[in-house]
Design a protein around this ligand. Structure first.
Ligand code: NAD
Length: 484
């Protein structure tokens, strides 16, 4: 039961950084799967541009290998593979000089949709925008796609927004947060705004608290230099976790269009209280037989960069006053799991007596792995004994509910890249949202620096530092388990 495919209009897509990790692992496989699904056809051209020299056959061979790894089912069909590779062209080009730009200009002659994907380091975003304009490559239908990180603080994000705005209008700029492209994240909006059941309860009167967990088992492998400058706060909280918080907390937009949705998300960020230092825990993983500790990995024995953050946030508005949002994310944790748990309040009075225990409904929205939504409800424990209560899940695992074809439901990049072509910005961050998110995180990071804060060590393979448990315990609550 997968929705029917509506083909997009013909387009030219230029991927700057076409030899890089992101292009090979995510963007090209996503385009390939959409090609195989029939979402676009032979009237499309994909131009991969990067600094290294490759002839067409050599580049296509590299891509064929990536597709075999990242889209194996589709790549097993030689017709699909050849059809896709024939739409690909490689161009040697330097983002920071004029090398190769005339050749690109010679390729882009049609007046159709023209998208430029900046899959390069953030230092090249501004030079690329400038070169596209300087060489007259932007047409009426131009869009640019910008990857994270979008700045490393408010000032740098403002400067980048201002630079991009001097070349492109806001409705041409697509800032990617791939969490927003996940099926369950959109389902979160469908569940909230498509059902009568939840929205009346979606407030501080009925919701005790909300937990947002993004746990990874990997360390900083391969990204040491970037991560040491960023840390979990900049790398995960400022973007992915805050975006999830916004979707949970926002008011219903008047309609599902890009500005209506993003206006509501922005209001949430602006309503966030500053985080008190005692409401935040930083951690850094220690080594174990499976891998080095954080400090060893980044080659800095005195590093104070956090690989884990847990914090308590408050959205100060009528809907959420008094309902805390607990956010946590970390590396080298016990399991890979991204989940949002909405924990409802206990029933105000138990007619079943004290021995029935305390029971609260929990709505779990799992982003990965096993995307799906579970509602825990309280029922009578089966049997002849007294009235004992247990909590059982009403489970909507997408793989089960939607059938085996769901395995082929588009992944985040498939949806987001096609949204770029369709010109739909709903699932992309607007410039003011990004700035507001930095305005909230900057003082937290500045506070750590001013206090010389040192993250607490935690064991690799654990759920994080013990202080994170205390953060909850002090409030009479506890974290839900981190389960794969
Ligand atoms: P990468 O280092 O693997 O690839 C960089 C690409 O840029 C290469 O193709 C390289 O040839 C090209 N390049 C470098 N300098 C150039 C220049 N002067 N002119 C033209 N091309 C040049 O990096 P990546 O991992 O693919 O990441 C790309 C971007 O995506 C970065 O901004 C990164 O932060 C972001 N990102 C990556 C991932 C990921 O999973 N890899 C995830 C999220 C965001």
């Amino acid at each position: 039961m997968v929705s029917r495919v509506i083909p997009v209009d013909p387009f030219d897509l230029v991927i700057f950084g076409g030899t890089g990790d992101l292009a090979q692992r995510k963007i090209l496989p996503a385009l390939f799967r959409r090609y195989c699904a029939g979402q676009w056809n032979d009237d499309v051209r994909i131009i991969a541009a990067a600094r290294s020299a490759h002839d067409q056959a050599g580049y296509r061979a590299i891509v064929a290998e990536s597709l075999a790894q990242h889209a194996p089912r589709q790549a097993a069909d030689p017709g699909n593979l050849d059809g896709f590779l024939n739409r690909l062209q490689y161009l040697r080009l330097d983002a920071s000089s004029d090398d190769g730009w005339e050749n690109l200009s010679g390729l882009l002659t049609d007046s159709r949709i023209r998208a430029f994907y900046f899959s390069v380091g953030p230092g090249l975003f501004a030079p690329l925008a400038e070169k596209i304009r300087q060489h007259g490559l932007a047409n009426e239908q131009t869009r640019i796609v910008v990857e994270k990180p979008f700045g490393h603080d408010l000032d740098s994000a403002r400067a980048l927004n201002a630079t991009l705005a001097s070349y492109f209008s806001e409705n041409q700029i697509y800032r990617i947060d791939h969490y927003l492209g996940k099926e369950t994240v959109q389902n979160l909006m469908a569940v909230r705004f498509g059902n009568m059941l939840f929205e009346p309860l979606w407030n501080s009167q009925y919701v005790d608290h909300i937990q947002i967990t993004v746990a990874e088992t990997v360390g900083v492998d391969g990204r040491e230099e970037y991560y040491e400058r960023a840390g979990a706060m900049r790398d995960m909280v400022q973007n992915h976790l805050m975006q999830l918080l916004c979707l949970i907390a926002m008011e219903p937009p008047a309609k599902f269009d890009s500005d209506a949705v993003r206006d509501e998300k922005l209001k949430v960020i602006r309503a966030l209280d500053p985080v008190q230092p005692h409401h935040i825990v930083r951690g850094q993983y220690s080594g174990d037989p499976d891998g080095p500790g954080y400090r060893e990995a980044v080659g800095n024995p005195r590093s104070t960069t956090e690989s884990y953050v847990a914090l308590r946030a408050h959205v100060s508005n009528w809907r959420w006053a008094g309902t805390p949002f607990y956010l946590r994310t970390g590396k080298r944790l016990v399991a890979r799991s991204s989940v949002i748990n909405v924990i409802f309040k206990d029933a105000p009075h138990s007619i079943f007596g004290a021995e029935a225990g305390r029971h609260a409904n929990t709505l779990s929205i799992r982003l990965q792995p096993n995307e799906g939504i579970t509602l825990k409800v309280t029922i009578k424990e089966p049997g002849q004994g007294g009235m004992r209560l247990i909590d059982v899940p009403l489970d909507m695992s997408f793989a089960e509910a939607l059938g085996p074809e769901n395995q082929e439901a588009p992944d985040a990049y498939e949806r987001l890249v096609m949204d770029v072509i369709r010109g739909n910005q709903t699932l992309f961050m607007r410039g003011d949202e990004v700035e507001a998110a930095w305005a909230w995180t900057d003082p937290i990071i500045a506070g750590w620096q001013a206090r010389g804060d040192v993250p607490k060590p935690y064991d690799s393979g654990s759920t994080g530092p013990g202080d994170a448990e205390l953060l909850m315990k002090r409030d009479g609550r506890h974290w839900q388990g981190i389960k794969p």
